[in-house]
Design a protein around this ligand. Structure first.
Ligand SMILES: Cc1ncc(COP(=O)(O)O)c(C=O)c1O
Length: 504
């Protein structure tokens, strides 16, 4: 429905406007030259751009009525694999995309995509990305794009203010949460350990995102220098366990170094006891890295602010605008308590970069993070905040929290649904648990529910394991999700569960 077919009149227009690679006439010299320059005529560019915009608008407007996904099928395999020598032309290339690529994807911006962490995105930011791709600023140095750098500094400071970090804190745009965790922990290693990791121990709960473990491995921490502590009944890092582990490690002559706390776990949205953890870190001289990639944005709301008290005490804080701040991929950020730490960790010098040195202390982002060449990722967040205002973002975030509460109420009202973790921070974990079914059968039934929903295509929920048991999760952060979407999803889950149970 939303794939534009190759017989579309806009396509025909494009055929005549582009370089006729698909026509039977051999290309003229002018056409050949333009092609070698990877160039299109102004009219062809316009037609192409309008075609893409039309497709995106169609996507945005028709999405709620469309299936949330299509099952992966053999379509992908039909994509030609040979390297095009002369080019197939724009219409044919777009047609390949329509038929084989866009048909075979989940829509993480669909109002009934509740699995993993949705990517609700927004049109203003999508257009900002188009602008960035078209103008192609080099956001690594002040010299090459000082205007972009100013936007980036301002936007980082907005995030700093939102999260309550003190003046003097700073940050950096990265690709996403995994990169933010890696960057934050690299800064911690540099600033606290001067990169000497000998006997330095990191602490986190068993609910911590897997990217943290991977980041530590990449940074050279051996596995035995990470303590993954069993979380408590609320899936939070246990303060008592942590204090015990730190004391035991000190006793053993090791160097407790860093606590990784969660501000919204992926599994349940749980928030670790941040104020108490910050106190402990202060007392013990430990670095506090908070992974708020998913949940930190909820600080915009009153309820989120209450749940996320202590966020402002992070030494480093990962926050992903491409999750709950509604940005298209990729958009992650790392905030740090002292902006100077970025440079102290990432500065590099090379004779071919001498010209980028500027008087007056302007920011060269390549010295504050891993990338030299970097995209202007801040623009999408900046532009959408300019256009909609923070009040709209606050309302959109609050809406997601309200939806999780609604889902929780709907599940509690219809046994044998069991709420395993309440929908505090936009994520609810639950399972269908008829008393008469044993543990293994209950797990299998809940797993089968994910597949049943996938086959139906109305909504997507995903599963995870908590305390060794299979549970379902709904992450309800899309501001375009309606109450009916939630109720309808819970109703259909129930219908599938009853059918599956009958078939056992
Ligand atoms: C809590 C948390 N941390 C880190 C990540 C990794 O973020 P990304 O997928 O953007 O790399 C995620 C992703 O869902 C997450 O939920």
């Amino acid at each position: 429905m939303w794939a534009v077919s190759s017989t579309d009149t806009r396509h025909s227009r494009l055929v005549t406007m582009t370089m006729t690679a698909s026509s039977s006439e051999p290309p003229t010299r002018t056409e050949r030259t333009s092609q070698a320059r990877l160039q299109m005529t102004p009219d062809a560019m316009r037609a192409f751009g309008y075609r893409i915009v039309d497709q995106l608008v169609q996507h945005a407007t028709e999405l709620p009525g469309a299936p949330v996904l299509r099952l992966p099928d053999a379509a992908g395999a039909a994509l030609p694999t040979s390297l095009p020598q002369t080019g197939v032309g724009l219409p044919a290339a777009l047609d390949l995309l329509d038929r084989h690529v866009w048909q075979a994807m989940m829509h993480l911006d669909h109002p009934r995509f509740f699995g993993f962490v949705p990517g609700p995105s927004n049109f203003v930011s999508a257009m900002a990305d188009a602008l960035v791709a078209g103008l192609n600023p080099f956001a690594g140095t002040w010299l090459e794009a000082s205007g972009c750098a100013q936007v980036e500094l301002i936007t980082i400071d907005w995030l700093r203010q939102i999260c309550g970090l003190p003046d003097g804190a700073g940050g950096h745009f990265v690709t996403g949460g995994s990169a933010a965790n890696l960057t934050g922990l690299a800064i911690a290693r540099r600033i606290r350990l001067d990169d000497d990791m000998t006997d330095a121990v990191v602490y986190c709960s068993d609910q911590t995102h897997a990217s943290v473990q991977r980041a530590l491995r990449l940074l050279g921490f051996p596995r035995h220098q990470l303590r993954t502590l069993e979380s408590d009944a609320g899936f939070q890092l246990s303060l008592a366990e942590l204090a015990r582990a730190v004391a035991a490690d000190r006793q053993a002559g090791l160097r407790p170094f860093c606590v990784v706390a969660n501000a919204g776990t992926t599994n349940t949205g749980a928030v670790d006891p941040l104020p108490a953890l910050a106190d402990l870190c202060e007392r013990e001289g430990l670095w506090l890295h908070i992974d708020g990639a998913y949940g930190a944005a909820a600080v915009l709301t009153d309820e989120g602010k209450r749940l996320l008290r202590g966020l402002e005490r992070a030494d480093s804080l990962a926050l992903d605008p491409h999750k709950w701040l509604f940005q298209p991929y990729e958009c992650g950020t790392i905030l740090v308590r002292d902006a100077r730490w970025l440079r102290q960790t990432f500065a590099m010098h090379a004779e071919y970069l001498e010209d980028t040195g500027q008087p007056g202390g302007e920011t060269n982002f390549f010295e504050e993070g891993l990338q030299l060449t970097r995209a202007f990722r801040a623009l999408k967040l900046w532009l959408s905040l300019q256009v909609f205002g923070i009040a709209a973002f606050r309302a959109a975030t609050a809406h997601g929290m309200g939806l999780a509460a609604l889902a929780e109420a709907a599940l509690r009202a219809t046994p044998p649904w069991e709420v395993v973790a309440p929908g505090a921070l936009g994520i609810i974990a639950f399972r269908y648990a008829p008393q008469e079914l044993g543990a293994a059968a209950t797990d299998a039934l809940n797993q089968a529910l994910v597949h049943a929903m996938v086959e139906e295509g109305f909504a997507f929920v995903s599963s995870t394991a908590l305390r060794g048991r299979t549970v379902l999760r709904m992450c309800t952060i899309n501001p375009r999700t309606t109450d009916d979407d939630i109720r309808g999803t819970v109703r259909r889950l129930g219908a599938h569960a009853r059918r599956l149970q009958r078939s056992l």
